[in-house]
Structure formats: C-alpha cells, structure tokens
Design a protein around this ligand. Structure first.
Ligand SMILES: [Zn+2]
Ligand SMILES: [Zn+2]
Length: 670
C-alpha cells in the first residue's frame, strides 16, 4: 500500500483494517474453517465442503431438502390434500388481479389452487382446513440480494444503527440500548457486550462515546462498540483492562489509541490497526455457536416472511458452515450462496459450474464480482463527478464503507492505484472502480464459457459501463440472455445502459430503500437533484420489459421486504419528500420483484415465486392485501405466518408451539 494512500486515507489497509472487520466476519469465517478439521456431524466427514476438498461431496446435499414429516395415512392417498387454505385473498402473483379462493398443499408443494369448490374436493378427514380469516396469502418473499451471515452477526449484537436506519440519535440512546440489551440477555459477570453500527456523525453530540460514557452502562462487562464504518471502535474501561491498553501502551503501526485531551490516558476509542488489540482477546464463537447464530439469523428472515435468502459473498468458512447446517437440516429457509470472485480458485470454479443447478436448502448461485464501492461512501464509480465534493475525511471514514456489505470482504489493494490512473488532479471526484477492466473482462468470459451466472455489484454508472464493456467483448456473436447476468444495485443506470440491458438480457436488482434512507442526501450531496430523481430507475427498466428485482442488501438496511416494496412504489425520502415520482412502480410490479421475478432471476421460477400447482409451498400470510391497500400503508403490513415447504416456520399466533422461538443467541457471551 502506497504511502500516499496512507496519508490521504489515514488507513493502511493491512491486517486489521476495518475493511475486513476481523472481529465479525473473520470470526464466522474462522469458525467455519475449523469445521474442516473436525468430525462435526456424527457419521460423516463430508462437511468440509467444496472449498476445502475442491469438489462438492455428494453426501453434502443429501440432507438439504426440507424434512419430510410423518403424514396421516389417509392424506398420503392420491388427490387428498394435507392442508387447504381459504377464507382470505390468495394472491397467485401470476398476473395482476389474479386471486384464488383456496389453495391445497401436499408433500411440501402446492397441490392445487383455484375456486373453493374445486379445491375442497381434495379434502379428506385428515386434511387440515386453514381459515385465513380475511388475511392475505401469497408466495413467500424471495430475497434477491443480501448477506445472511453478516445480518446474523448483526442480530447477535446490540443494534446501534443511527436514525433513520435504526433508533440511535444520541449517546444517551446508545447507553439506553446497551442497558436494555444487558437486561434482556443477562450476560454473566465478565462476559463481553458487543454493539454494532454507532455513527459519531449521526448523533447529536457529534463525537464518539468515551470510556466514561460506557462505564456508566457497566464496569463489570467489557463493552465493545463497532463504528458503522468498521474503521474504529469504542470501549469501556473494563475493555481497556481486558486488552491491556494503558497510558503506557504505544500506538501500533497503522493504528491510533485515542487519548484524553492533555494526557496519555486512553479515551476508549481505537482506530484502524489498534483494533487488532481487541482481536487477540475477543471470545470467538465455536463452529456450533456460529451455526446456532446463523440459524437464529435465518429465523429472523423467516419472521420477515422470507423463504429464500442470499449470502452474496460467501467465503470458504461461511460455505462450510452453511453446508454443514444444510446437511443437518438446520437451515429453516433456503439459502443461495454466491462465491466472491476473490476466493474462487480453479477447483472451486469447477464445482460451481458442475453444481449450479442443484436444488436444495442450500444452493450455489454463481460468482459475485464487485466493480465499485457505495454512493454514500463516495466510492461508487460515476461517469460524472459527485454533486458536492467530499472532504478528505469523508472518504477516509467511508473508504471501504461498511454500509456496503461487499466492501467488508473485498480488500481494496488495488483501488488507489486504479483511481490514481483514472482521476486527473483537479477533476471532480467520481469515485473509483474496485476491479480493473481486464479483471472484469476475464471473469465475464470465464463465467460465460462455463455458463455460470454472475452477480455484478455496480452502484455508479461508470462501473456499469465496465460491466457492459466486458459483456460486449465476451458476447460478440450474440446476446446471452439465458445467463441472466444480474446487476446488483444498478442504482445509477442510465437510459442508454437500460437499452443495452434490454437488448442483452441483463437483469438489474435495484436497491430502492436508498430512496428512503439516503434519498435526501443523494439529492443534496452525492448525486444532485437530476441524478437522484433517477436513482434505482425501476420504471425505466420495466417500460423496456426488463425483469427487475428489489433488495435491501441486509445488513445494510434491515430485512424488511415490505419496506423495500413500499419505497419502490412510493419513492418518498425519510425527509418526507418525493424523489423521482416518475420512477414509481405499481404494487403488483414491486411484489413481483420480490417473489416471481426474484425466483426467475435466480433460475428458480420452476419451483418458486408464484402460487401454482407443483411449486413449493413457500407461503406468507400477511395482515393486509398489499395489492389493494393504500400504497402508503404497505410498510405497515405485518407478517403473520411464514410457511416453508408446507410447514409453518413462523407464526405470530402460536410461536411457542408450532414454531421454534427466537433464542437470542449472542455474540461474545461465550
Ligand atoms: Zn453490493
Ligand atoms: Zn450486497
């Protein structure tokens, strides 16, 4: 890493740099890698997974399908349903306006859907009749892009996200949240309390919490707070004690131990490589604990109505954990894992190519490439300069912005060099790519040759240009729409780029929740009014008959699919302003984008996404009909029940009996 980079960004990006927060991501990775050295599941050593053994062991997927429950003898009889849902709107999501009166389930699949009289003909003595009581039944939500592992870690820590993403607006709020967390989780004396997401620029004091602020919460637990940028952290006196940091401790290379003014006494804030001091002492989860944490995280997804989720930049250890869980039938919902290109060696690539069509609880999506950073971190790569130029400190803090989950995995080794080449001094800041054009070309060609699907992260339109350039080179003969090359985020795609996408069958997954959370700042700071009005141009895409999906990119912006749909339909900012109302889409279009079209984008339309006979009985029961309610109220709709393969996995009614309760797995309480 160049000295110039260090000076400009105040960050050496070595070892303990927050870009790959060792405390969280690496903890899970390590736990997963430990699996390959252990006979974790009795009777098999196949849990090593494809990354460890260079090929996908066949037993690994043997247990992936949903567990078949014992069925009453009569229900096994042909033409007799196990369960029939009726008594509320049943949205098939096949065509706008399609509503069925009843739906029959058998063997984890939809047996029939249609008029009540026809469906009731399949009722036997043992058939469970489920009256929806006016509530709405529709396909379970299909999360087209998120990071289940990181989100699971987030669920296992105290959530310190700033308003409007979270609830934190002051240091008092941080203290209150930690106190409540301790009260709820009851950690034994001496156990660590970990919080994630505080933002000194997002609270009224405009400073980091000091060790005294945190001592006021507890002196018997080490308290560790990770900053939203993952570049620094704050701790209490007990933490300083635990990691042995005193007034005599020197700043490590590439890191700073902040001091109280006028003294050498640490104030509790550790920057960059100083965080390594914590890494050595933090209680790491065992593989079992890591898996319990993931299972817990997926149960939260289920609670949000999601029946298929994504881990869109899996490392080897993560894959091994997920594979072991699939084998042990411990994945409550389906997971698509995408291998981050940086970790893909030849053997892994061959395994992906060979197994991309496998269907089970755990599925390999393909390869994830990451072409740039994030707009709100000034690292998204734009063709025209940002509206308001960033101060040096803004880029420094957000350089490998933790709000953009991929950046957590991608070490930005070559970013500075690329940006130095591309940006003449004096030109406005346009962000920069995180891959070279040559790298993008190589990966597109490689994946095309093996028919492997690509998820390409681009936030800035210049990054999308790079993807398009690679596609043009690789597909000179003819477009390859059958590959369903997916552009993740695609937030600033231009009209000419959408024309290309329509012609070549590229499919964007938009990030509309930006309109709400960052919309006001996109208009005033990052993009300016004209580009901000077109951010996440869903209408422009649909008008070209391009299939789109919508995502929240958890852990970036929660896991609420209804909120995602709400933003795409209403395009209102958290400041209450309309942002690009001409890009609004209809509720039907928005819900297609998180059900049927999301399944299509992931090659699962034959078994998921609509309510049609033969598809999996992946269902959600909602408090209201999202297609007929006042669109402004879509985000107030509640998920009442989630059904996976015909089995209830979450229900507000009978959480204690029919579904497993949330157990509150906590990180650091080992
Ligand atoms: Zn991304
Ligand atoms: Zn992402």
């Amino acid at each position: 890493m160049s000295e110039k980079h260090e000076k400009e960004h105040g960050c050496s990006h070595q070892g303990g740099c927050g870009c790959t927060p060792p405390l969280f991501v690496n903890m899970v990775e390590k736990a997963g890698l430990a699996l390959s050295r252990r006979d974790f599941i009795k009777g098999t050593t196949a849990v090593g997974g494809m990354f460890a053994i260079g090929g996908l062991a066949s037993p690994m997927f043997a247990g992936c399908k949903g567990g078949e429950k014992d069925k009453p003898a009569e229900a096994v009889a042909k033409d007799i349903a196990e369960a029939i849902y009726h008594g509320g709107p049943i949205l098939t999501m096949v065509r706008d306006g399609d509503r069925a009166e009843a739906l029959a389930v058998k063997d984890g699949r939809i047996m029939a859907v249609g008029a009540k009289a026809d469906i009731m003909a399949r009722k036997g003595d043992a058939t469970k009749l489920i009256d929806l009581g006016g509530k709405t039944l529709m396909p379970g939500f299909y999360d087209p892009h998120s990071h289940v592992v990181l989100q699971s870690v987030k669920f296992a820590t105290a959530n310190l996200d700033p308003i409007p993403i979270g609830k934190i607006g002051s240091i008092a709020d941080i203290q209150q949240t930690l106190r409540e967390w301790i009260k709820e989780k009851k950690p034994a004396p001496g156990k660590w309390v970990i919080g994630w997401g505080y933002d000194d620029t997002g609270i009224k004091e405009q400073r980091h919490p000091t060790r005294e602020d945190l001592d006021a919460v507890s002196t018997e637990h080490p308290i560790l707070l990770m900053h939203i940028s993952a570049h620094l952290m704050a701790g209490n006196s007990r933490l300083m004690e635990e990691i042995g940091v005193t007034k005599d401790t020197k700043d490590p290379e590439g890191g700073v131990i902040q001091r109280k003014s006028g003294s050498n006494e640490p104030n509790g804030v550790l920057e960059e490589n100083a965080m390594l001091l914590v890494l050595k002492k933090i209680p790491a989860p065992s593989p079992e604990q890591a898996m319990a944490m993931l299972e817990e995280g997926l149960r939260h997804y289920a609670k949000a109505g999601i029946t298929t989720a994504q881990d869109c930049a899996s490392g080897k250890g993560t894959w091994q954990l997920l594979a072991a869980m699939a084998q042990a039938n411990k994945l409550p919902i389906d997971v698509n894992a995408w291998a981050l290109y940086k970790g893909v060696d030849d053997a892994t690539f061959d395994a992906i190519a060979a197994h991309k069509n496998d269907n089970g609880r755990l599925r390999l999506g393909g390869v994830k490439i990451v072409l740039d950073g994030s707009l709100q971190g000034y690292t998204g790569y734009l063709s025209r300069p940002y509206h308001v130029q960033p101060g040096k400190t803004q880029i420094a803090t957000d350089h490998c912005d933790s709000e953009e989950a991929e950046s957590l995995f991608v070490s930005p080794d070559n970013q500075t060099d690329i940006s130095e080449d591309l940006q003449a001094p004096g030109e406005g800041h346009r962000g920069y790519p995180s891959m070279t054009q040559e790298q993008v070309d190589t990966w597109v060609r490689r994946c095309d040759t093996a028919n492997v699907q690509i998820q390409a992260h681009t936030n800035g339109d210049a990054a999308t240009d790079m993807l398009i350039a690679a596609v043009k080179k690789a597909r000179t003969d003819k477009p390859r729409p059958e590959l369903r090359t997916t552009i993740i985020h695609a937030q600033t795609m231009r009209e000419d780029q959408l024309d290309f996408a329509a012609e070549h069958g590229l499919t964007p997954s938009f990030f509309p929740i930006h309109v709400y959370f960052w919309g006001d700042r996109h208009r005033d700071l990052f993009l300016g009014p004209e580009r901000a009005a077109r951010i996440n141009p869903s209408r422009s895409a649909l008008d070209r008959n391009i299939k789109i999906t919508l995502h929240h990119d958890a852990p970036v912006a929660g896991i609420d699919m209804l909120a995602v749909a709400w933003t795409a339909v209403n395009r209102m900012t958290s400041g209450g302003k309309d942002l690009g109302p001409e890009q609004r889409i209809t509720p039907f279009e928005a819900f297609r984008a998180i059900t049927a079209d999301a399944a299509w984008q992931n090659f699962e339309e034959d078994r998921k996404g609509t309510l049609e006979a033969g598809k999996l009985a992946d269902l959600v029961v909602l408090s209201d009909d999202p297609l007929s309610i006042d669109p402004m109220k879509i985000r107030d709709i509640r998920v009442l029940e989630t059904i996976k393969d015909g089995q209830s996995i979450f229900s507000v009614k009978c959480r204690a009996t029919a579904t497993k309760p949330i157990k509150f797995i906590t990180l650091g309480l080992r």
